[in-house]
Design a binder for this molecule. Sequence first.
Ligand code: SF4
Length: 413
Amino acid sequence: MHCGLCLPTCPTYDATKLERNSPRGRIALMRAIADERIEPSTAFAEEMYFCLGCLACMTACPAGVNYAELFEHARAEVEAKNLIQSPRRTLIRGFTLHWLFDDLRRLQWVGKALYWWQASGLQGLLRRSGVMSLFPRRLRELEEMTPLVEPEFTADLVGPVTPARGSRRYRVAMLIGCAQDLTFATVNRDTVEVLAYNGCEVVTPPVQNCCGSLHAHNGEWELAKSLARRNLDQFPPEEFDAIITNAGGCGSHLKHYSHLLAGDARYEARAAVWDRKVKDIHEWLVEIGITAPAPKSAEELVVTYHESCHLCHGQKVSSQPRQLLRLIPGVTLVELPEANWCCGSAGIYNLTQPEMAGQLLERKMTHLRSTRATVVATGNPGCLLQLVTGCRQRGMDLRVVHPITLLAEAYRR
Ligand code: SF4
């Protein structure tokens, strides 16, 4: 179709105005490779990794082009053909995708070590010592972006089974995520509390698997499949009314396991049931209907809402978080300009494409400042981390929080 309606919604095209940095340009490159008119090249590989994978183009597309699948297959092709290889890249991918995120207990060990590095004051000491100035600028930037690890992980805060408050209406499984478990375990606790408060019995196994979105988005298709099978085995979809995630980036991938496992005789049918039962927490709460917090719990808050790309574009969950925020007594919701424009986090994009990610963060922080809100809410750990970094770098006194935390706090009050 090539109508170009996606171009104005594409952050990379908006930044460069180059056709190749646009959805239409990227699809034309994929088409030319599929038709064997051009060979996959390093330039193509770099283009596919310059794309954010934010899926804003999919929301804009009148023809319903499934860019998400094209993008993932294109990256898998880049990796299968070793188009951008270097020993350093192989090492980083090996350590992260093949080792750390393949068994989340390893991630928790590293998380604990990082927590003690921070809590012991050693990190602060290193930063104040000035030693970091001896290191390359990129390493200094990466060190500054190290997320603050929470003292307790989800398993320390939430039991394996949390009973429903009052009569049980539903039995749901709670996915704790990987970055979410280390840096926002209290968000998982709040999510379980809110679910129980609204009649859900919540099953939260302490040790879980990564959802695999990081792997699928970075061309590790076979690893993504193996993680999907493990999740289906750990959470048999037929045993739950819903499988809950509170991380927008994970949810978008989790809802497409039947595509990932297409042709897998043992798992394909169950994956289809799974896809129907995976719900983002905001989507599920609006679907089941919740008890509004009592008016007396009111606390005057001016809140604005940043849309995680994979929640609004990947899962079409956009009005529900706003509906829930408006239910909280005392909350005044101020609309954020370009609320559904990427904040530059995009999985690990802010590590691999720091310049473009930095431009997007600056754009987002300027809009946040214009709302005069005291709180910004967003439903994805990557965005939470990115906005926390943005506030710290600019000295902005803005609370960054998951919408479900505001709801849990209201219930507690
Ligand atoms: S996913 Fe985002 S960055 Fe990539 S082409 Fe689509 S709109 Fe542009």
